[in-house]
Design a protein around this ligand. Sequence first.
Ligand SMILES: [Cu+2]
Length: 108
Amino acid sequence: MRKILLFVSLVLALAACNRSPEPKAETPPEAQTYTSVGVLETFLPDGVHVRVNHEAIPGLMGAMTMSFAAADTSLLRGLAEGDSIRFTLTVVGDDIEITGLEKIGSSE
Ligand SMILES: [Cu+2]
């Protein structure tokens, strides 16, 4: 009886070893989106980043002034420094980009 058990467990162990490892899928980190409002304070010289004084973004960060890259520079068209904006951030891993932007108040 003992021998049979040993044999069975040996067979099971071998079967487990023979199983080829699952191909590791390179799953990219999931994209999360957040919407917030703030004031566009400065266009940075690279034409891509804007410094925004934004309200708290629950689940992401508190209120602060920081710069974001626009995913598409056309999002920044028609805006002026001092404008109030509502914007959407898309976060993938460590990358944060503005993927949506709407002016909700003018600087003047
Ligand atoms: Cu921030």
